[in-house]
Write a protein that binds this ligand. Structure first.
Ligand SMILES: CC(C)(COP(=O)(O)OP(=O)(O)OC[C@H]1O[C@@H](n2cnc3c(N)ncnc32)[C@H](O)[C@@H]1OP(=O)(O)O)[C@@H](O)C(=O)NCCC(=O)NCCS
Length: 152
């Protein structure tokens, strides 16, 4: 199995949207939102492929915080049939390396409190849970904010 990771473009929109819908129901990004992010100059969008097939993607945004630029992971999605093959970890690693090249020292994200797979993935990658976010998601689901200091 050979995983490659490259910058995602609007040519990937259809398959990224398919994967997004497979991963999320109520909280899925619309196709228009993904298209907007793919074109946003402050976003970093990466797609992982297995044998030329899009298998997962990650989208991060950068913005100016109080003291320095911050990296924010917006979404990370892996197609069901390609899970537990290391794609999620690989996408996180690659995104963090790009953030580091952009002199970003802090990366953060939010996740549903009941999303065991994602929380385990982030813990494994060194993210620390900072605080609970009450009713952050629809229908009263709480969230958790996580943060990682990035090292060059
Ligand atoms: C979360 C997600 C991206 C993980 O992707 P993945 O490619 O399957 O993850 P990896 O194979 O890189 O797993 C790395 C580690 O994460 C943890 N992990 C991943 N899936 C897990 C699961 N279902 N249960 C428990 N731990 C899990 C494990 O520690 C795993 O290491 P291991 O396989 O050696 O035990 C994937 O499950 C997914 O797309 N979920 C739906 C979308 C989503 O919830 N995104 C996060 C939004 S914040």
């Amino acid at each position: 199995m050979f995983i490659t990771v490259q910058q995602a473009t609007t040519k990937d929109l259809e398959t990224l949207y398919e994967i997004e819908r497979e991963c999320f129901t109520t909280e899925a990004f619309t196709k228009e939102q993904i298209a907007y992010l793919l074109k946003n100059p402050d976003a970093v969008s990466l797609v992982a492929q297995i044998d030329d097939e899009n298998a997962g993607f990650i989208i991060g945004l950068t913005y100016r915080g109080n003291k320095a630029r911050i990296g924010h992971i917006y979404t990370i999605d892996v197609a069901v049939k390609h899970r537990r093959k290391g794609i999620g970890l690989r996408l996180l690693n690659e995104l963090e390396q790009i953030f580091v090249k952009k002199s970003i020292k802090i990366c953060h994200l939010e996740v549903r409190i009941d999303n065991v797979a994602a929380r385990e993935l982030y813990h494994k990658q060194g993210y620390i849970e900072m605080r609970r976010l009450k009713d952050y998601y629809p229908v009263g689901i709480h969230g958790v904010q996580l943060k990682k200091k990035l090292e060059a």
